[in-house]
Design a protein around this ligand. Structure first.
Ligand SMILES: *[C@@H]1O[C@H](CO)[C@@H](O)[C@H](O)[C@H]1NC(C)=O
Ligand SMILES: *[C@@H]1O[C@H](CO)[C@@H](O)[C@H](O)[C@H]1NC(C)=O
Ligand SMILES: *[C@@H]1O[C@H](CO)[C@@H](O)[C@H](O)[C@H]1NC(C)=O
Ligand SMILES: *[C@@H]1O[C@H](CO)[C@@H](O)[C@H](O)[C@H]1NC(C)=O
Ligand SMILES: *[C@@H]1O[C@H](CO)[C@@H](O)[C@H](O)[C@H]1NC(C)=O
Ligand SMILES: *[C@@H]1O[C@H](CO)[C@@H](O)[C@H](O)[C@H]1NC(C)=O
Ligand SMILES: *[C@@H]1O[C@H](CO)[C@@H](O)[C@H](O)[C@H]1NC(C)=O
Length: 694
């Protein structure tokens, strides 16, 4: 070998080392083999540069799998499996090191303020099934490397500042169910390759800057239910086959779209017809036979160049050695550059295969193989609703009786609650969690999230229950706005009006006399009792027609208080949706609080008289201001010694007549013998007969 060619080889080798990020990371990996703790700490320093949020991620920890690291969950082998940091106010960036957590299956970083680019190294997470980066401030392009994420099912990148075009490579994510890219600044065309996705159900590209026509091939995706391309600048003929999606296909605010068969679109000029497309469909039907890699992508050429430029500037070593080697490089530069550009592809491919990733060739084979065997295994469906009820489908049976306005979709619920961000959590019970949320129309709601396993298993029963729930309307019942069930998430959501002043339990045992409503005044208490009675009366009146409708779970916690201190009974009819074991566990709780009528232990049945019993306990609680109703309170009421059972926090400011009446009602309602308890319809007029105009 001549010295010059030796020099050339050395310099090229050096350049390859310098320029090839994969080699660099490989070297780094060998220094700190397998230390996921170190990786996590590194990631923390990027996600949370100020160190204000992830304080539990301590570099001195001995383990991160025991729950001590907020949001980190491990598999049985002590490898990081999930990172759930949604809505934590993270303001940093996503570091390339994330790609080193090889066993990560879920990454949930949505609803933060993360900025910077999505590192292409994230694509090394080949076990990842769910990637939620939505609602951040991420910019730059969607890395085409994402094609390596062969297990990804949900890709949520919406509501960011992503730009550039959609990588055609996304068409090789063969398990993808949901691709949500709305509200970015994406430009370019819709890749027809997305039509290859056998499992794709939802594709949301709305509110971007996409142009070109809607590729006909997109309709090939066999499970596609939702295609949303609203507010782009798409043009040309809308493929008629998309009509099969019904309302799942949304295309408004694309002024240049045309087509026959869609009522609100103008008919295309002849030149727009499929026979003679005036604008070629980019990556359209013509490219059907080609693999994604073979499709020209001008956007990525420029991108690669800018990438390698920045790599060279951010390396200090490069600067020093670069100066020494300047002369040599000047001589060898041009040759080397050409050589490098040619080699880069090959080296990259070699690395992918030796790294047990899919090489280019394998990829092609796999893809065709997978086209043939449509995978029946959809572990995560993610439909607009619970399948039988989704808006696009024909509604039959009970569903026809449920007004459509009650049917929400998962997106509504997710965006309302900022993806169930912890900061919106209002409360948790044994079977549900309740979140505050803001609907698109600006109204504030409380969303109750119930695991499907907590619901009755029989769908017909469930739908019947929903029908009852939607039919209940009274000024003293919490209003149900709607519901949504997602088979994929395995959850149902009940959407209620949000009630500002919390529940009655929060006003019991109150110690603070001043401040916003801690010790309720007498007339408020009286009107609250009256309101509760009216709510129960309403339910029991329906019961005449539907014998098994009683509330079953009346308690101070179930009485919500609105701005005007009107009580709203919540949870009415809810037991109709819940599985038996869940109902029993709520019963246990209500027994512990003293609301359970004594005969229940014998009969095991709920009647309107058991509701009355709970109401009586509630009346005692409200007038005494105490959670626990001991026998002394009862005795005082029996003896008419109201000064002993009326809340002393009132400082004697109450109406004796009303106190006597309430004491009497509470006693009667909590009578040991169910038959001796009054019906609520006789209680309501009695309450109305006295004083307070409220
Ligand atoms: C970790 O240990 C070092 C030295 O023992 C100590 O200075 C540091 O404060 C510790 N850091 C944390 C977060 O506990
Ligand atoms: C990771 O998240 C998925 C999806 O939420 C969940 O099914 C799985 O149980 C989680 N794994 C661990 C170890 O928490
Ligand atoms: C974790 O990841 C490594 C590297 O990808 C893989 O070999 C191993 O099987 C994974 N372990 C589990 C439990 O998935
Ligand atoms: C997002 O980034 C833009 C600039 O890139 C900045 O103006 C804006 O304030 C950021 N938004 C948030 C929520 O951080
Ligand atoms: C939707 O597009 C129209 C123009 O077609 C624009 O005026 C409007 O602001 C866009 N809406 C949103 C929410 O971006
Ligand atoms: C279309 O754009 C207009 C504003 O130009 C906006 O009011 C309307 O809501 C948009 N329609 C849809 C379906 O996004
Ligand atoms: C159809 O052609 C006419 C005349 O050339 C033109 O004015 C009109 O904008 C065209 N329509 C569409 C949808 O391009």
């Amino acid at each position: 070998m001549k010295p010059l060619s030796l020099l050339l080889s050395l310099s090229t080798l050096f350049l390859v080392l310098l320029y090839n990020p994969q080699l660099q990371t490989l070297a780094k990996n060998q220094e700190t083999p397998n230390s996921e703790l170190a990786i996590l700490i590194k990631i923390k320093s990027f996600l949370d540069p100020e160190g204000q949020t992830l304080t539990s991620w301590s570099p001195n920890a001995t383990t991160y799998c025991d729950g001590s690291f907020e949001g980190v969950a491990c598999n049985g082998l002590g490898q990081v499996m999930n990172i759930s940091l949604q809505g934590k106010g993270l303001l940093g960036q996503i570091p390339p090191e994330i790609g080193q957590l090889k066993n990560l299956s879920g990454l949930y970083l949505h609803f933060n303020g993360l900025h910077g680019e999505i590192p292409k190294e994230i694509a090394e997470l080949t076990q990842l099934t769910e990637l939620y980066l939505n609602v951040n401030n991420l910019s730059g392009q969607i890395p085409q490397e994402l094609e390596k994420m062969e297990n990804v099912q949900v890709l949520q990148l919406c509501y960011n500042q992503l730009s550039g075009s959609l990588p055609t490579q996304l068409g090789s994510l063969k398990k993808l169910n949901v691709l949500a890219l709305q509200y970015n600044q994406l430009t370019g065309a819709i890749p027809a390759t997305l039509g290859n996705l056998e499992t794709l159900q939802r594709l949301d590209l709305s509110f971007n800057r996409l142009f070109g026509s809607i590729p006909m091939k997109i309709a090939d995706a066999p499970l596609l239910q939702v295609l949303d391309v609203r507010n782009n600048t798409l043009s040309g003929n809308v493929p008629l086959v998309l009509k099969k999606l019904d309302e799942g296909f949304q295309y408004a605010n694309n002024t240049e779209l045309c087509g026959s068969g869609f009522a609100d679109l103008k008919i295309c000029n002849a030149s727009f017809g499929p026979e003679a497309p005036s604008k070629p469909e980019p990556y359209g039907p013509q490219s059907k036979g080609l693999t994604p890699k073979a499709i020209p992508q001008s956007a990525y050429v420029t991108r690669d160049l800018s990438k390698s430029k920045s790599k060279s500037t951010n390396s200090g070593l490069a600067a020093i050695l670069g100066a020494i080697l300047t002369t040599m490089l000047l001589v060898a530069g041009i040759f080397t550059f050409i050589w490098y550009r040619q080699r880069k592809q090959r080296i990259g491919a070699a690395f992918e295969s030796s790294d047990s990733r899919i090489s280019t060739d394998q990829f092609q084979v796999n893809e065709t193989a997978n086209r043939r065997s449509a995978s029946p295994l959809i572990s995560l469906e993610y439909s607009t609703g619970w399948d039988p009820m989704s808006k696009g489908q024909t509604r039959s049976g009970f569903l026809q009786e449920i007004p459509e306005s009650y049917v929400f979709n998962v997106d509504d619920v997710e965006s309302a609650t900022q993806f169930f961000s912890d900061s919106n959590l209002l409360g948790k019970s044994s079977f549900s969690a309740t979140y505050r949320g803001i609907l698109r129309d600006g109204s504030i709601v409380a969303i109750k999230r119930i695991a499907k396993t907590s619901c009755v298993s029989d769908e017909t029963e469930f739908l019947k229950g929903l029908k009852i729930l939607t039919s209940l309307k009274h000024e003293n019942l919490l209003r149900l706005r709607g519901f949504c069930c997602s088979k994929g998430r395995g959850e149902c959501f009940l959407i209620y009006d949000y009630v500002a002043k919390g529940n009655l339990l929060q006003y019991l045992d109150a110690k603070v006399k001043t401040g916003p409503g801690y010790v309720l005044d007498w007339s408020t208490r009286f009107s609250i009792i009256k309101g509760i009675a009216k709510g129960i009366e309403y339910i029991h009146a329906i019961k005449e027609k539907k014998p098994d409708l009683v509330h079953q779970n009346i308690s101070a916690e179930k009485v919500l208080i609105d701005h005007h201190y009107t009580p709203l009974l919540s949870g009415s009819g809810l037991h109709k949706l819940l599985a038996d074991d869940i109902i029993f566990s709520t019963l246990k709780a209500s027994a512990a609080m003293g609301y359970l009528a004594p005969e229940y232990t014998i009969t095991g049945r709920f009647t309107d008289k058991s509701d009355i019993y709970a109401f009586g306990v509630l009346v005692f609680q409200i007038i005494s201001g105490k959670t626990r109703i001991g026998s002394s309170i009862r005795q005082s009421a029996e003896l008419g010694k109201f000064e002993d059972f009326v809340d002393t926090n009132l400082d004697g400011k109450f109406t004796e007549l009303e106190a006597v009446l309430l004491g009497k009602i509470a006693l009667l309602c909590t009578h040991e013998c169910a038959n001796s308890r009054p019906a609520i319809r006789t209680v309501v007029p009695e309450l109305s007969s006295v004083g307070s105009s409220r």
